[in-house]
Design a protein around this ligand. Structure first.
Ligand code: TXA
Ligand code: MG
Length: 321
């Protein structure tokens, strides 16, 4: 398995050698490699089993450095960068030719983010190249929100995981770009849409179709546990599955179904706090997936604030059924 620790110098040495390191961010853990070295980028795709048509996000430590690999930051996106970087925001920007084609899957834009996690910021500050880092999970599975999640699934394939504790946000970054001049959200995420609209006014949200070639992260089945994950009215679902005599576990937003045994349920936020629910979501899904039951029953959150991004993940986790 991988070594887990807080040694930035060690992480830098591995990255400098063209190898990969698991890194913490405030959103989810990333599987990082030198973004400007095509061999290191190829290792990321191979390690994650990720199709090469799905482009990666570049992570760096300052806006100055962003200009090393993008041609320009359009004014309206610059306002978002000023407001939310470092933080859970990814911008799609016109790329320079030093960014390998493999990073962008041949697109003319490159996805860029300045993460806020202190350990990873220090690491990025010490590097003279950006890090390409997708979420550190096998393609299509639930994103990792703690070092042990990364180790469980990719520990045999990488040497080192930088341990930054639990991810504060727990949902991947919100991806924003321009589409025919309009500010467009390509993936809902850890930065609430309302905060974005507060800065730049109403934005369009890319619909979640499985055939959108511009953002394969919008593939319908994604973030999925390996067990059937069923969404609906939780009380109705429980009744139906009890009648069927099937063993199940449940995940609710805040309600406690007192007739369900503690060991078979997870409440994301008993006090009904969306941020807390987002932070707990992916680890809850992993725990449920490892329980000795045959299905997972869950409910959507109110469609407001971060609830929109959480529901997006829940719907795509559920598509397989
Ligand atoms: O919070 C995050 O964004 C995490 C942490 C590690 O930073 N990273 C992450 O990366 O979620 P990944 O690879 O799992 O998701 C990146 C998404 C993909 O859905 C990809 O399709 C989209 O970003 N993407 C990357 N470049 C793009 C581009 N040029 N145009 C449209 N979508 C792009
Ligand atoms: Mg991912």
């Amino acid at each position: 398995m991988a070594e887990i620790g807080k040694d930035i110098i060690k992480a830098k040495a591995i990255l400098d050698a063209g190898e990969l390191v698991g890194i913490p961010t405030e959103t989810v853990y990333g599987l990082a490699g030198n973004a400007l070295q095509a061999d290191a980028v190829a290792k990321i795709f191979e390690t994650k089993n990720r199709p090469s048509f799905d482009p990666l996000i570049l992570h760096t430590s300052s806006l100055d450095k962003v200009y090393d690999f993008v041609l320009d930051v359009p004014e309206v996106l610059r306002e978002l960068a000023d407001a939310f970087w470092p933080g859970p925001l990814t911008l799609l920007l016109p790329r320079k030719s030093n960014v390998p084609d493999l990073v962008t899957s041949g697109l003319e834009t490159v996805a860029v983010r300045i993460p806020s996690h202190p350990l990873t910021r220090s690491l990025l500050t010490s590097l003279d190249y950006p890090l390409a880092a997708p979420s550190a999970n096998p393609f299509g599975y639930i994103s990792p929100t703690q070092a042990s999640h990364v180790n469980d699934q990719l520990g045999k394939k990488i040497q080192y995981i930088l341990d930054g504790g639990l991810c504060e946000v727990g949902l991947e970054s919100t991806i924003v770009g321009l589409e025919e001049g309009e500010v467009t959200v390509f993936r809902l995420g850890g930065l609430d849409l309302a905060l974005i609209e507060h800065i730049v006014g109403p934005v369009q949200v890319m619909s979640h179709s499985s055939s959108n070639p511009k953002a394969p992260g919008l593939l319908k089945s994604h973030y999925a546990p390996s067990k059937p994950f069923i969404l609906g009215d939780i009380e109705e679902l429980v009744e139906r599955y009890q009648q069927k005599g099937l063993d199940f576990a449940i995940m609710t937003f805040q309600q406690d179904l007192s007739h369900i045994a503690e060991r078979n349920k997870i409440i994301l936020s008993p006090r009904g706090d969306m941020k807390e629910a987002a932070k707990n979501l992916f680890s809850a899904m992993r725990i449920l997936d490892s329980m000795d039951v045959s299905v997972i029953l869950a409910e959507l959150l109110p469609e407001e604030g971060l609830g929109k991004a959480i529901n997006d993940r829940l719907r795509r986790a559920a598509v397989q059924e």
